[in-house]
Design a binder for this molecule. Structure first.
Ligand code: SF4
Length: 346
């Protein structure tokens, strides 16, 4: 649980009350992400009745929304699909059967600091404990990042695990959001991965090009272009309204650096649980040069039960999507089940 002193909250409130013009400097945008529920409600012109719930949810999982993402939300609409993903609600405090802190049992698969080895042939590296945006449905909202943030010396130990296992062909940078780390740190890490002969692919799971498109800058493109590894960037977009011109430009830069772009979404009640919303998302992704890859059903993480879409409904939605979209624009509907050898198609 996030605990912040009243003085901290007051400082965040004063800072967040002042709209900031979006600057081209991604670090400033990251540092200035809005982190106060009161300011979030005020900036979007929400009825004050939303505030007690927002404060209750914030006490469980801190609000965090960058300006560039906030700017794509509709003013005065509490049901805006982007706002729904970041607005804390009182429902988050209500326990729900089957909803737990670690729904994917990741603690059992953490074989070295910062490393999660769940599936054959690939490992996941927690490259940054930070996110640019805090998504209310996130399955890692309770993840013990402090225990999984290696120093450089510890990274060398963690990477030893990869060096010693020739069956591993793919390193997945995850987090938090791996692109919240500095380019200096990422260049250092990727250079070490590059030097492991049996590694073929570098996969990056990130929401930063969506919520702060300026993150895809020259510093990032330098190390990304330099690696010999094949590059796959898996974005996380849940609604077509998240895709604006700046994000499309960021995708273009990533593609020019040689990355294949895929997207994974989470099926979320009140955000994208309609055929129209999912079809518009796939169409818009393709316009941005991104292929829809996975549509995940919600992982049962404590605090997110209000986002659940029942399986029967999820299957109907995807069946209807097949009737209106070409096959390559229909994402695979999957669930992650702890202990299974891969994601499970529904
Ligand atoms: S890890 Fe991804 S889904 Fe979770 S809060 Fe961060 S950006 Fe959102």
């Amino acid at each position: 649980m996030i605990t912040r002193s009243p003085a901290d909250l007051q400082r965040a409130r004063q800072r967040d009350a002042i709209p900031l013009a979006v600057t081209p400097d991604w670090q400033s945008q990251l540092a200035r992400a809005l982190r106060d529920p009161h300011a979030l409600c005020q900036r979007l012109g929400l009825d004050p009745a939303w505030l007690p719930g927002a404060e209750a949810g914030h006490r469980l999982f801190e609000v965090r929304v960058p300006e560039a993402f906030l700017a794509r939300m509709r003013h005065g609409d509490p049901h805006d699909p982007l706002l729904r993903q970041v607005l804390p609600l009182s429902e988050e405090a209500q326990p729900a059967p089957g909803y737990v802190a670690d729904p994917l049992d990741e603690a059992a698969h953490t074989s070295a600091r910062g490393l999660i080895h769940k599936y054959a042939g690939r490992v996941l590296l927690i490259a940054s404990p930070a996110c640019a945006v805090n998504c209310r449905y996130c399955f890692r909202r309770h993840f013990p990042y402090d225990d999984n943030a290696p120093s450089r010396a510890q990274w060398d130990e963690t990477l030893e695990h990869l060096r010693n296992d020739p069956s591993i062909h793919e390193a997945i940078l995850s987090g938090g959001d791996p692109l919240a780390a500095s380019d200096r740190q990422l260049a250092w890490l990727v250079a070490r991965l590059d030097a492991i002969p049996h590694l073929k692919r570098l996969r990056i799971h990130t929401r930063l090009p969506v919520v702060i498109p300026d993150r895809i800058d020259a510093g990032l493109l330098d190390w990304l272009s330099d690696t010999r590894l094949q590059k796959v960037v898996v974005l996380h977009v849940n609604h077509a309204n998240e895709i604006d011109d700046a994000m499309i430009a960021a995708c273009t830069r990533l593609k020019e650096a040689g990355a294949t772009l895929l997207n994974q979404s989470v099926l979320l009640h009140g955000v994208n649980d309609s055929v129209d919303a999912l079809a518009a998302l796939s169409e818009r992704l393709f316009e941005a040069g991104v292929l829809p890859y996975y549509l995940h059903v919600l992982d049962p993480v404590a605090g997110a039960a209000h986002f659940d879409v029942p399986d029967v409904e999820a299957r109907k939605l995807v069946a209807s999507l097949r009737e209106v979209l070409p096959g390559f624009l229909v994402p695979k509907l999957v669930r992650e089940i702890p202990g299974e050898a891969s994601k499970t198609p529904l």
